[in-house]
Design a protein around this ligand. Structure first.
Ligand code: B12
Ligand code: SF4
Length: 496
């Protein structure tokens, strides 16, 4: 039997929740890693980030028509899986011989449902995709039996066949992401106009037990890391060859190993790249590193997201966050003292919560006083631990709404619209309060906050609600100024 030559296209579903787009355009890190492994194995690969291009499904069709890939690999989380499957359907319509492959968290857990209900999807790759995608391509091009490929699921007749899992990659240092596939001009961090933004993975996994989270399950409560030297070397090369000056770490907890993290800080200071780093980590690692925070700042770490998630101890216990409420407050204060932008989120909308509980959470968010706060709707990923306990309160099974913005759980004493309203109240009250304290902030932070408000008001799903924010600014306490006055107010803080 003749062999086939795969023309592989790695695709992001053209999905938008309207949140992260406000801050910039973010390259699909997982696909870049997979692209690297496929390239190393000698396969021809293109990267098609339909999300960042703001393409419609018809644009996706046109792209397939022009480029004629015969293998389409799509990355999906729960919110994007519906569009991911649409991408597969279009690929099949354009060329029925196309092999369609899904990977990422949602397909890994929900493979059975997807493969039995969606004939447009041929194969699902479980877990980490680097090695398995190469093995799949080897088998597909040789027209060999897919049963030999570890770590996949596919259909055989009416049956869904699952092969034994492949273990995680032992040494992450061997991975060579395909940075050459990235159209760098398309990726920028809006608060820094003209910047070039990369998303980079320095470690994978998490050993915590938060019941709402998919990541600890996806990584099977393991944690592995790229060595400090290799990681900082990568940032240096990206800076030199591609002009990358802002990096977002994709890691769940980059700081987990204190020795490695301290070494990374030292190397970053030594190399003095001038790269701004944005990352997420745990509150308790910030507390652990209190004495190191000035060093974080010198190493270029400008912005840290910590998952406080809930503001009362009972809720933290329910989510199995092994944290004390006061710890979150303290971590935020420590970051502020070192001129690091702090960001956190407050998850709301559990079945037992009332409008009063949510109003209290909003008040507590103000008390915590991070620079940025997001009020998120608790979202029951159908494979997370939380799911069983809340499933009788789920209002919709439309996964497009499983994006932390749309409430999908209906609390006992509230309607979905009331939850949505409370989430908006959270944003409004928090940022009005922030802007009232603007003049007391250092100048650089004032500038950042103004940019942030501008981005929210012009580029996010909060656009309409945030437009009203100007009503509440200093000089107009509680007043609703007429339109013209509001516009001049917007101008006065530079938001026009
Ligand atoms: C960077 C990031 C983003 C970027 C995504 C850029 C992109 N196009 O990929 C931006 C900022 C745009 C983003 C947006 C959103 N995100 Co996001 N994001 C992340 C983050 C921080 C890192 C992801 C990452 O790059 N990891 C590193 C790489 C190496 O790992 P990976 O992506 O898992 O990929 C590996 C495997 O999964 C697998 N794989 C993945 N895809 C594929 C595809 C194929 C074909 C194969 C074979 C294998 C494979 O192989 C990869 C390499 O080993 C994660 C949290 C986290 N720490 O992981 C959240 C996370 C993925 N995001 C999440 C959410 C909810 C969203 C939003 C809905 C939020 C919102 N309301 O706006 C939007 C969705 C927008 C969209 N259209 O995608 C959730 C998903 C939860 C879930 N289980 O569904 C996460 C887990 C955050 C969380 N803690 O809840 N996000
Ligand atoms: S929410 Fe964060 S700390 Fe908790 S399990 Fe998920 S990745 Fe780990």
């Amino acid at each position: 039997m003749s062999t086939r030559i795969p023309e592989i296209m790695l695709v992001t579903p053209p999905y938008h929740a309207g949140v992260v787009e406000a801050a910039g355009s973010w390259l699909p890190c997982g696909l870049v890693y997979i692209g690297g492994s496929l390239q190393q194995a000698g396969y021809a690969v293109t990267l098609y980030d339909a999300m960042t291009k703001f393409h419609t499904l018809e644009d996706v069709r046109a792209t397939f028509r022009n480029h004629r890939p015969n293998v389409v690999m799509v990355s999906c989380i729960t919110a994007t899986v519906v569009d991911g499957m649409e991408v597969c359907r279009i690929a099949k319509e354009e060329n029925p011989e196309t092999l369609t492959v899904l990977g990422g968290a949602h397909p890994t857990f929900m493979y059975e449902q997807i493969l039995s209900e969606h004939l447009e999807v041929d194969v699902i790759i479980f877990d980490e995709g680097e090695e398995t995608s190469v093995r799949l391509m080897d088998a597909w091009s040789a027209r060999a039996d897919l049963r030999r490929v570890m770590g996949i699921a596919y259909r055989q007749g009416d049956l869904v066949v699952k092969t034994p899992r492949r273990g995680f990659i032992g040494n992450l240092d061997i991975l060579e992401p395909a940075w050459n596939l990235v159209p760098w001009k398309e990726y920028s961090y809006r608060p820094k106009p003209g910047s070039t933004l990369a998303v980079v993975s320095s470690s994978r996994g998490c050993r915590e037990h938060c019941s709402f989270c998919s990541q600890r399950l996806f990584w099977k409560e393991s944690w592995r890391a790229v060595s400090a030297e290799r990681f900082v070397g990568q940032l240096e090369a990206m800076h030199r060859h591609h002009g990358v000056d802002v990096v977002m770490l994709a890691d769940e907890i980059p700081t987990l190993d204190p020795q490695r993290w301290d070494r990374i800080l030292d190397l970053l200071i030594e190399r003095d790249l001038g790269t701004a780093i944005l990352l997420e980590t745990r509150v308790d690692d910030i507390l652990r590193d209190e004495h190191l925070l000035p060093k974080y700042r010198r190493a270029g770490i400008e912005h840290i997201y910590v998952g406080v998630e809930a503001t009362n101890q009972a809720a933290l216990d329910l989510f199995k966050k092994d944290l004390k409420v006061e710890d979150g407050k303290r971590a935020i204060e420590l970051m502020a003292a070192c001129d690091i932008i702090s960001e956190t989120s407050f998850v709301m909308g559990m079945p037992h919560e009332t409008a009063e509980d949510m109003a209290r959470t909003i008040e507590l968010a103000k008390y915590y006083n991070p620079d940025m706060a997001f009020f998120l709707a608790i979202t029951p990923w159908p494979y997370a631990d939380l799911y069983e306990g809340v499933k009788n309160h789920i209002a919709t099974d439309d996964y497009r709404k499983y994006n932390l913005v749309e409430p999908v759980i209906k609390p006992e004493s509230m309607t979905i619209d009331e939850v949505r309203q409370q989430l908006f109240n959270g944003f409004r009250d928090f940022y009005v309060n922030k802007m009232r304290g603007l003049s007391a902030m250092p100048e650089w932070k004032q500038a950042f906050m103004k940019t942030l408000m501008h981005l929210f008001m012009n580029h996010s799903y909060l656009r309409d609600q945030m437009g009203d924010l100007a009503h509440h600014l200093p000089g107009h306490p509680g007043a609703h100024p007429p339109h013209k006055e509001r516009e001049s107010l917007r101008e006065s803080v530079g938001w026009a």
